[in-house]
Design a protein around this ligand. Structure first.
Ligand code: FAD
Length: 383
């Protein structure tokens, strides 16, 4: 009998799941597992939605973010394809909109080198058209005269990450998921004899479940390390600013090398993002704000007239090879990995939730997830 069953006195009841982490990935896993009949408990060390997920810009950049074809690109595309239906479902269940905007992304080149890189993607990328500078300015008249052309990614839409988080939170509560905030998980518990992960040790004592989902973002290695799995993961600090104009100056997201400007429904724009390995530091620096301002104004000069609203920093769950960890391992059965989504966790939330539920149901051949295995060579920390 499993420890979870022992805890319920052996009675037949819904299967149970513990999800560690209340970002978009943990919430997406809780959403799909509760739909599949699991009684879910989601734990967070703080309040939910306070880390990378609400620091994001919200681009669903399956095309703009990916520089080569392969399994990661295919994963991003799968998520892109189901995104709209997924957020409609969240809104229907929880009653909160994720503020989806279906206007695509204009990826503009300001240098010859960048133009060549963008043109090289045309041989394999879908949903992209090359645009001459005058075509780009016809779409977005305020773009700089320095723009040399670029790609229109017409399926790379966007949501508001804060509203996505609220939408997910409302939907999972509606589905009966129990959320326990300010309840850090200190350790994964293994079943004596089998070595199966059967629960977690928390600040409130042990909790047991049939499956445990690791969705603790940049903090994930601290939980698997003591059990012998050293994930090569690290926080990648990203700083952003938000500004507002009277009348809108762009309708679609505009993006150039090292900077994007994402217009939101409330008339604000998220300008991001810096990228640095700086441990768990989340301070916003003057240097970063100046850098973002300079790059944004080079792309969209009228952004200079905007009113400053706020600044923030978040910690992307980075991995050395840039791929997430998805799946199970024979070393830690009972633990489903759903972490390491780096720059694309907002985009990848629906497909990740779906994969977690498929693994829990035994419907996902691990072979399919080989490129994302926590045991792949490129994923293991050397130290
Ligand atoms: P998080 O949101 O960090 O959530 C992890 C949660 O786990 C946290 O709430 C944390 O408190 C909790 N936790 C950690 N350890 C424990 C523990 N021991 N016990 C209990 N709880 C624990 N992605 C996109 O797709 N599009 C974008 O436009 C985009 N822009 C971005 C811009 C910036 C500036 C940043 C920083 C990120 C951006 N991303 C974007 C990336 C995206 O935000 C992340 O990939 C995604 O949020 C990761 O989600 P997560 O749930 O894994 O992590």
């Amino acid at each position: 009998m499993s420890t979870a069953a022992q805890q319920t006195g052996g009675r037949t009841s819904a299967p149970t799941a513990i999800i560690i982490g209340g970002g978009v990935i943990g919430c997406a896993a809780a959403f799909e597992l509760s739909k599949a009949g699991y009684a879910c408990t989601l734990l967070d060390k703080g309040a939910i939605h306070q880390e990378a997920s609400t620091a994001a810009a919200g681009m669903l950049g399956a095309q703009v973010e990916i520089h080569q074809p392969g399994p990661f690109y295919e994963l991003c595309r799968q998520s892109q394809e189901i995104y709209k239906a997924w957020i409609d479902e969240l809104e229907q269940i929880g009653g909160v909109t994720a503020q989806y905007i279906g206007k695509g992304i204009l990826r503009a080149a300001l240098t010859e080198e960048d133009e060549l890189e963008l043109r090289s993607r045309l041989s394999w990328i879908q949903n992209a058209d090359w645009m001459k500078p005058e075509d780009m300015r016809r779409m977005e008249p305020e773009l700089s005269a320095e723009v040399r052309g670029g790609l229109h990614f017409h399926a790379d839409h966007q949501v508001h990450p804060v509203w996505l988080a609220k939408s997910l939170g409302a939907a999972i509560v509606r589905q009966g998921c129990r959320i326990r905030e300010w309840t850090p998980v200190f350790k994964l518990l293994t079943e004596p004899g089998t070595g199966r992960i059967c629960g977690v040790q928390t600040s409130e004592g042990p909790l047991y479940a049939d499956i445990v989902v690791l969705a603790s973002g940049a903090w994930s290695p601290a939980l698997t390390g003591p059990l012998g799995i050293k994930l090569d993961m690290f926080p990648v600090k990203g700083q952003c600013i938000s500004v507002k104009t009277g009348a809108p100056i762009i309708r679609s997201t505009v993006f150039t090398h090292g900077c994007y400007i994402v217009p939101k429904l409330d008339g604000s724009y998220i300008i991001g993002a810096t990228q640095a390995e700086a441990g768990f530091d989340k301070q916003v620096t003057v240097k970063a704000i100046a850098e973002l301002h300079g790059k944004a104004a080079a792309l969209l000069p009228r952004i200079e007239e905007a009113e400053f609203i706020s600044s923030w920093a978040g910690l992307r769950p980075g991995t050395r090879d840039g791929l997430p960890y998805l799946g199970e391992t024979s070393e830690l059965p009972g633990l489903i990995f759903a972490t390491g989504h780096y720059r694309n966790g907002i985009l990848l939330a629906p497909v990740t939730g779906r994969i977690v539920a498929q693994i829990a149901a035994g419907d996902k051949p691990l072979e399919d997830l080989k490129p994302f295995s926590p045991m792949r060579d490129s994923a293991k920390a050397t130290a």
